[in-house]
Design a protein around this ligand. Sequence first.
Ligand code: HEM
Ligand SMILES: *[C@@H]1O[C@H](CO)[C@@H](O)[C@H](O)[C@H]1NC(C)=O
Ligand SMILES: *[C@@H]1O[C@H](CO)[C@@H](O)[C@H](O)[C@H]1NC(C)=O
Ligand SMILES: *[C@@H]1O[C@H](CO)[C@@H](O)[C@H](O)[C@H]1NC(C)=O
Ligand SMILES: *[C@@H]1O[C@H](CO)[C@@H](O)[C@H](O)[C@H]1NC(C)=O
Length: 491
Amino acid sequence: MWTAQLLFSCLLLLLLFVFILLLSGRTRSKREPPLDKGRIPWLGHALEFGKDAAKFLTRMKEKHGDIFTVRVAGRYVTVLLDPHSYDDVLHNSTSLDFSRYAQVLMERIFHLRLPQYNPAAERAAMHKHFHGESLARLNATMYRNLRGLLESDTLPDPTRWKQDGLFNFSYGLLFRAGYLTLFGARHNNKNGPTDIYNAFRTFDGLLTKMARTTLKPEEKREAESVRKRLWSLLSPARPGEGAAPSAWLQGYLKHLEEDGADRDTCTRALLLQLWATQGNVGPAAFWLLGFLLTNPEAMKAVKKEFSDIPVAADVPENLILEKLQCTPVFDSTLSETLRLTAAPFVTREVLTGTTLHMANGQEYDFRQGDRVCLFPFLSPQMDPEIHREPEKFKFDRFLNVDGTEKRDFFKGGRRLKYYTMPWGAGRNACVGRHFAISAIKQFVFLVLSRLDLELCDPESVLPAVNASRYGFGMLQPDGDVLIRYKLRDLL
Ligand code: HEM
Ligand SMILES: *[C@@H]1O[C@H](CO)[C@@H](O)[C@H](O)[C@H]1NC(C)=O
Ligand SMILES: *[C@@H]1O[C@H](CO)[C@@H](O)[C@H](O)[C@H]1NC(C)=O
Ligand SMILES: *[C@@H]1O[C@H](CO)[C@@H](O)[C@H](O)[C@H]1NC(C)=O
Ligand SMILES: *[C@@H]1O[C@H](CO)[C@@H](O)[C@H](O)[C@H]1NC(C)=O
């Protein structure tokens, strides 16, 4: 009896061992990129990758060069770090697919499965609403909401100093204004946007772990409960229940319903859209304002550019928005901020085996079922060959001496098409970028012209980057920096 059991256990162990060996058994073929499986079976490099992807990929780049394949939690990911060769990946949607991985994340993070997922149609609809006349309307609504919140936040005593963390201040203001602009508001819930913001921050803090499926049991419960709370706060308003959502959101919900989505699915889709539209703008604004507050020369230059825009209460808003159109110094400052703090992975799934033709003439095969991943943060953005002293903030890095936008950057003696890539590129580049730029610009303009805002400790430096967020869009700080602010008297 005992021996039988023992034998059975041994057999099981043996099977497991063979299974692990089989899984680890992939070898590199001659035409494939260098393969680095890591020492741990199945997991491979997952732990190091998740802890600080920038550090890990820098180490791999030093070891293998601009292209290599690593094993991460059972998946093989080919990482490409040569910006001259990005176009082949970005434009090959027949072999390299954007939507599969997006759907995996949708399920993991938002528990969302759409009856029909048609990313091309969604992108087209969104493009329409975030360009031209529609964008101008959104612009104006956003400005009104930002100004309104800025004023109401300083109540009841507008000219007394209030204290907050700069990250919470920037994220909170832009999130609530963006939410009101795109999602509308319910008349019966004045605190709605703040409640949603607070819940969203908890959700956002767990997001990377949800995506990597590395939540601990108690974090899993927390994620579950905050997700439910957000669903109940967001559930689509019934007709007549408050200020209407934007034309874009109305159209989006209508399409979902036509596709046969039930109310639950619509609510989950709303949380996805909340994240896609509000998750990056606040953190970007934080870094920009933070760099200005710690770089007096940059602050002076941006203030000077804004100084001939009138701010008095009776100035028509469309005049202000028109004057805000041409701001080369601000634009360079924003590009420089995003170069240092936008760190998305651009990920594609290999649908059919294909060959990558690198700019230097080398060719590599990609295997069906693998993932391909670009990490523009390492190159071009932090590449010392392209940007001198890449770790330094220089507000005029993207300005020519004559004050126009600088677009000439080189690597290996050749001019680069991609010298910074905060918005991704190619077919799946960010559709909301113009709206995002406009929101950040309005925020910085309003803060500088309507508020007195300063670091509580003039000697403070910006917090370091939270290394666990590399790969998930805008970076966030590890901690916060205290500021105080009050409304400026307008004489
Ligand atoms: C600073 C702010 C923002 C940054 C840095 C940013 C960055 C990005 C990046 C890198 C991608 C491409 C992902 C890929 O190729 O795999 C993307 C896609 C997208 N972004 Fe943004 N984004 C920002 C703000 C916004 C805003 C405000 C909106 C909407 C109002 C928006 C809507 C979208 C959508 C819908 C996509 C998916 C495009 C597709 O399906 O092909 N983003 N964003
Ligand atoms: C963070 O921001 C939110 C919304 O803007 C605000 O309600 C909250 O009081 C802020 N937290 C701190 C610690 O100031
Ligand atoms: C860093 O990010 C992780 C994942 O989003 C989060 O759990 C952690 O609390 C963050 N650390 C700080 C100091 O904000
Ligand atoms: C929206 O506003 C920003 C500045 O706030 C401006 O740069 C942009 O051109 C505006 N877009 C439209 C379509 O008005
Ligand atoms: C895309 O992949 C297909 C299939 O391998 C290949 O024939 C085509 O040349 C690729 N296109 C680009 C732009 O790389």
